[in-house]
Design a protein around this ligand. Structure first.
Ligand code: PMP
Length: 457
C-alpha cells in the first residue's frame, strides 16, 4: 500500500521545481502516478495495476525490478560503488569481456557511458577522428540523442530547437515503405508486410532502389567522397518502429564505406534480443557495423550506455585521454552483467520472437478490420501500429484522435507508446518477459478502444 506523497503535492512540485517541459508531457491527460513495478507490471499510487507495453521506451528489457538483477545490484551495493576507471576494477572487466562476447568480430573494444546520447556523441567523435572526415548522415525521423551534438543526428521535430546544433549532419530520406514515396508489400524483414502495393518485380525491391537513389543524391549534394559516418537504427524507434526494405542497410553501408565513412548501428532500442530473431538488430539486416551504440535495455532501467568498436578505430581514438567518471562504474557493470545472464537464463530473446510474432500477426487482423489502422510492422517486441484517417489516403490520424484512443487504452490498464514524425504511430516495446496471455489482454483492450472511437465518430 502506498503511503507516500499525495498526487496534488507531486503535481505542485512538478510545476515549481521540475523541467517545465515535462509538465506538458505527463504523457496522458489524466497523468498516472507510478510507484512500483514488477516484471511486466506497474502499480500506481491508488494500487491500480497496469500492463506495461512500453517499458519506459524499450528500456526495461528483462522486467521491472527483475529479482536476479536486483540481487546482483544488492550484492554490489555492499562491495563498492565507485572507483574511477583509472584503477582496475573487476566488475568492469568482467562486463567488458561478457558484452564483447555478444558481438561478432572485430567488434571487441567497449567504451562504457551513462546514456545513449553520450554513446552516440562518442561514436560521432570517433567516426570523425578515424576517418578525418566530417559529414555524418542519419535518417529523417530518427532520434539519436538530446545533447547539442547528437541533436544534429536527431531528425524529429519535437526535439528540435531553433539553435545551431552539430554542423556536418545531414538527414537523408527514411526508406519507409508504408508512408514514404515508394511502397513495398514484401520488402520488410517482418512477419507482417504492408498492404501497400509496390510494383516490385520477382522479389526484387524497386522501392529499395528508389530509396538508395535518394541516399546517393544526399552524397551528391554533400562534400564529395568525404563521409565520416552513417548512423542508422535497425528499426527506427521514435520514428514509429519504421523498417526499411530488406537490403537497404546492406547497400547503404557499402556506399558509405566507398566514400570513406564508417557505419554505426544505433541499438539503443533494438539491442539485447528485442528483435527476437537476433541479439542485435543489425544482424537481421545481414550487415556488420564498424561501431555499435547501445543504452536503455543494457541496464534494464539502470543508467548505462556503450559504444563497441574495432581495435583499429579504438587505436585512432587513443591520441588523447578519454575519461568518463561514471561510465562503467561497478554498480552499472554489475547490473548490466546480470542483465546479459538473465536474457540467456530466461530465454528472453526467444520469448521476444514468439510473443512478438503472435502479437503482430493478430494486430494485422485488426488492421484488416479497421479503416484507421494503416500498417502493422516490426520484429520481435519492437512493434509499430500506424494509424491513418483512411487506408487510401494514408493521412496520419490527427493527434486529438490518437490521444483519445491512447488515453482509453491506459484507462483500461495498458500502457503503450506513441511515435512517428506526425505522432501517428502507436509503439509496443514491452519488457521482454510478457506472455501470450498479456498479449491477448492487450488485443482485447486495443480492439475495444478502436471500436469505441469508431462508434463515437
Ligand atoms: N538512440 C535511440 C535510438 C534512442 O531511442 C534514444 C533515446 N530515446 C537515444 C539514442 C538517446 O538515449 P538517452 O536518452 O539514454 O540519451
Amino acid at each position: 500500500e502506498y503511503k507516500g506523497m499525495s498526487k496534488e503535492r507531486m503535481m505542485e512540485i512538478r510545476r515549481q521545481n521540475c523541467n517545465p517541459m515535462i509538465m506538458k508531457v505527463t504523457y496522458y491527460k489524466k497523468p498516472v502516478f507510478f510507484h512500483q513495478g514488477y516484471m511486466q507490471w506497474l502499480w500506481d499510487v491508488d494500487g491500480r495495476r497496469y500492463l506495461d507495453l512500453f517499458a519506459g521506451v524499450a528500456t526495461v528489457s528483462v522486467g521491472h525490478c527483475h529479482p536476479k538483477v536486483a540481487a546482483a545490484l544488492q550484492r554490489q551495493l555492499k562491495r563498492v560503488w565507485h572507483t574511477t576507471n583509472i584503477y582496475v576494477n573487476p566488475t568492469l572487466h568482467e562486463y567488458c569481456e561478457k558484452l564483447a562476447s555478444h558481438l561478432p568480430d572485430p567488434l571487441k573494444v567497449v567504451y562504457l557511458t551513462n546514456s545513449g546520447s553520450e554513446a552516440n556523441d562518442l561514436a560521432m567523435l570517433m567516426a570523425r577522428l578515424y576517418t578525418s572526415n566530417f559529414d555524418i548522415i542519419t535518417f529523417r525521423g530518427s532520434y539519436h540523442g538530446g545533447t547539442q551534438q547528437t541533436m544534429g543526428l536527431t531528425s524529429n521535430s519535437p526535439y528540435k530547437y531553433p539553435i545551431a546544433t552539430s554542423s556536418g549532419c545531414t538527414n537523408t530520406m527514411c526508406p519507409d515503405v508504408f508512408r514514404g514515396l515508394w511502397g513495398g508489400s514484401h520488402c520488410r524483414d517482418s512477419p507482417v508486410q504492408t498492404t501497400r502495393q509496390c510494383g516490385c518485380a520477382q522479389g526484387h525491391c524497386m522501392a529499395n532502389d528508389q530509396y538508395i537513389g535518394q541516399l546517393k543524391e544526399t552524397f551528391a549534394t554533400s562534400v564529395p567522397s568525404r563521409i565520416a559516418g552513417f548512423f542508422g537504427e535497425p528499426i527506427q524507434g521514435m520514428g514509429g518502429a519504421v523498417q526499411y526494405p530488406k537490403n537497404y542497410l546492406k547497400e547503404a553501408y557499402q556506399l558509405v564505406r566507398e566514400r570513406g565513412g564508417v557505419c554505426i548501428a544505433d541499438e539503443v532500442q533494438t539491442g539485447f534480443g528485442r528483435t527476437g530473431s537476433h541479439f542485435w538488430g543489425f544482424q537481421g539486416h545481414d550487415v556488420l557495423p564498424d561501431m555499435v551504440t547501445m543504452a536503455k535495455g543494457i541496464g534494464n532501467g539502470f543508467p548505462m550506455g556503450a559504444v563497441v568498436t574495432t581495435q583499429e578505430i579504438a587505436a585512432s581514438f587513443a591520441q588523447a585521454f578519454h575519461f568518463n567518471t561514471f561510465g562503467g562504474g561497478p554498480l552499472a557493470c554489475a547490473v548490466a552483467s546480470s542483465v546479459l545472464d538473465t536474457i540467456k537464463e530466461d530465454g528472453t530473446q526467444q520469448n521476444s520472437h514468439n510473443v512478438g510474432t503472435y502479437l503482430m500477426t493478430e494486430l494485422a487482423k485488426l488492421r484488416d478490420t479497421y479503416e484507421i489502422i494503416g500498417d502493422v510492422r516490426g520484429k520481435g517486441l519492437q512493434i509499430g501500429v500506424e494509424m491513418v484517417t483512411n487506408k487510401a489516403s494514408r493521412d496520419p490520424l490527427p493527434p486529438g484522435a490518437m490521444n483519445e484512443i491512447f488515453e482509453d487504452i491506459k484507462d483500461m490498464g495498458v500502457l503503450i507508446g506513441k511515435g512517428g514524425v506526425y505522432g501517428q504511430a502507436f509503439r509496443i516495446q514491452p519488457p521482454m518477459c510478457i506472455t501470450k496471455e498479456d498479449v491477448d489482454f492487450f488485443l482485447a483492450v486495443f480492439n475495444k478502444a478502436i471500436q469505441r472511437y469508431m462508434d463515437k465518430k
